[in-house]
Design a protein around this ligand. Structure first.
Ligand code: DC
Length: 229
């Protein structure tokens, strides 16, 4: 097997990105964070006074967005019209904006095509909401991560605190619920578990435990082990 893909989907705060990064390190393959791409579109709109809920305006804005993705030292950097916006897209507001722009067909079609191109060229661990269902329906490994909403909110709050943002837990729970509802009920390619994905409930598990569980599945499906390319 030359090129293979690992698809990881799940709701906000389920641990996708942390685990995906860890897997990509162990396997020596690229990690693609697709949420960062939706965030970049949202960031452009928010910066330019375009409402992230206005489908027509967002679709028109796409023509003015040149999005480049580069991987530096294993870290994905998002370049928007020549500007590195990697750090600027991580706020909760941009996260909600990303969820909004992700409801529009032209946005999804454009980003899904970019994601599929990336996975054609090289082996990837890709995380998002529609990877196992739409982007990489033939991925060798499909995982659906889930966790209690309270636990997910506690994880998110910890991330915010690390960045100096102190948000009450209840407000983070509320943000997460709103975003999940939006992502799961949108008409076009909503968040759902692919029929052939393995679901892992990460509540009470640490990164090592989840990574190990997935590595086992990767090994069964692809024969790949830690440290092997
Ligand atoms: O994974 P994240 O929190 O960075 O994603 C932000 C939002 O982007 C998410 O709430 C919905 C949208 N998104 C999507 O619709 N499809 C993806 N594959 C990834 C993210």
């Amino acid at each position: 097997m030359d090129i293979y893909s690992i698809a990881i989907d799940g709701p906000a705060g389920s641990g996708k990105s942390t685990v995906a990064k860890e897997l990509s390190d162990r396997l020596g393959i690229i990690y693609v964070d697709t949420g960062a791409m939706y965030r970049t579109v949202a960031y452009y709109c928010m910066k330019n006074g375009i409402s992230t809920t206005d489908g027509k305006a967002v679709a028109e804005a796409l023509d003015n967005i040149k999005m480049d993705i580069s991987i530096e030292d294993g870290v994905q950097r998002m370049i928007l019209n020549g500007e590195d916006v990697t750090g600027l897209i991580r706020s909760a507001e941009v996260g909600q904006g990303a969820s909004d722009v992700g409801t529009f067909v032209p946005v999804r079609d454009r980003l899904v095509e970019m994601q599929q191109e990336m996975a054609k060229k090289t082996s990837v661990v890709m995380d998002g909401r529609d990877i196992g269902t739409v982007v990489l329906p033939n991925a060798e490994v499909k995982i659906y991560l889930n966790a209690d909403v309270e636990e997910r909110a506690r994880r998110r709050r910890k991330d915010f605190l690390a960045k100096g943002v102190d948000e009450p837990l209840e407000s983070v729970v509320e943000q997460i619920r709103r975003r999940d509802h939006n992502d799961m009920t949108r008409e076009y390619n909503p968040l759902r578990k692919a029929d052939d994905a393995v679901e892992i409930d990460t509540t009470g598990l640490n990164v090592e435990q989840v990574t190990e569980a997935i590595m086992k599945i990767v090994n069964e499906k692809t024969g790949k082990k830690t440290g092997e390319k």
